[in-house]
Ligand binder design. Structure first.
Ligand SMILES: O=C(CO)[C@H](O)[C@H](O)COP(=O)(O)O
Length: 284
């Protein structure tokens, strides 16, 4: 069975502080960051696109140079203490961007907004789970492919799109709106160049905070039965009261917006969702 992946939906984040919100979610244990790109789709959300590009996509891209620091910060806490000592010694000579990063990660020390933005910009490499709801997704392959963006959802022109997406090093997936029958996705999974994920929308796409549609679980069931190792994602209305339904139906990638960003302890919600997927996989 495919691994659990928890992806907070940045649609529910504070858009004025996207970088720090993204860093916060990664710090809380998120596997991916879910990005809804709705240009030409939901007009009122148009401003998101430039924000995503300037604040999120470019940040991790430039951060690749310092990716090793991020890895170190995760696996070698003792190295961080060494940096902390160095920080106090050299703080006025080498502006301690990296030390600020490390302090935040290990000690949970609060840092200023600016420093936190810098932290994400230089040190985080997020896996961006991008759901494109646009009239011509082909137009977006090139700009997204230049960034650290791997996941892509499609609805039409799929053969050419899948090829283009792969050529940019991203992995293609297809999204199903609530009204679309699950059978429509089978040709994209059974063909020569199949997509690698199916996103089953559990609300009508467009806004966070909507009510989970339990009837969508039939689609998840059908997909899991037919494709045991497929990544199956659900998005919309996922939280403590609905996660078990999705997990037991066979979903392993969970997108959650308001339940994570609205929680006092987002890390606990992320962990609960992961546990629910893991337990369901053991039982099934
Ligand atoms: O795609 C989306 C809306 O189209 C969002 O990702 C989704 O709504 C997440 O928000 P919430 O968990 O609050 O429902």
């Amino acid at each position: 069975m495919p691994k659990a992946k928890i992806a907070p939906s940045m649609l529910s984040s504070d858009f004025a502080n996207l970088a720090s919100e993204a860093a916060r979610m990664l710090h809380c244990g998120a596997d991916w960051l879910h990005m809804d790109i709705m240009l030409n789709y939901v007009l009122m959300l148009r401003p998101i696109f430039p924000i995503i590009f300037s604040n999120i996509l470019l940040g991790p891209f430039l951060g690749s140079i310092a990716g090793w620091v991020d890895t170190l910060s995760r696996i070698l806490p003792s190295v961080l203490l060494l940096f902390k000592v160095l920080e106090s010694t050299l703080s006025n000579i080498l502006l301690p961007l990296c030390f600020v990063t490390l302090n935040l990660d290990v000690m949970g020390v609060g840092v200023s907004q600016l420093k936190e933005e810098v932290l994400f910009f230089f040190f985080c490499r997020a896996y961006l789970d991008c759901h494109l709801m646009v009239t011509n997704p082909l137009d977006y392959v090139e700009p997204l492919g230049k960034s650290w963006c791997f996941r892509f959802y499609i609805s039409h022109n799929w053969q050419e799109l899948v090829q283009q997406i792969r050529s940019k090093g991203m992995t293609p997936g297809v999204a199903l709106k609530p009204g679309t029958p699950v059978e429509e996705v089978y040709p994209l999974l059974d063909g020569e160049n199949p997509v690698e994920m199916v996103l089953v929308m559990t609300v009508e796409p467009g806004f966070g905070g909507q009510k989970f549609l339990p009837e969508m679980m039939d689609k998840v069931h059908a997909l899991r039965k037919k494709y045991p190792s497929l990544d199956i994602e659900v998005d919309g209305g996922l939280g403590a009261s609905t996660i078990d339904m999705a997990a037991s139906a066979g979903a392993n990638c969970i997108v959650a917006g308001s339940s994570v960003f609205g929680a006092a302890e987002p890390a606990q919600v992320i962990s609960l969702m992961r546990k629910s997927v893991d337990v369901a996989q053991l039982v099934n």
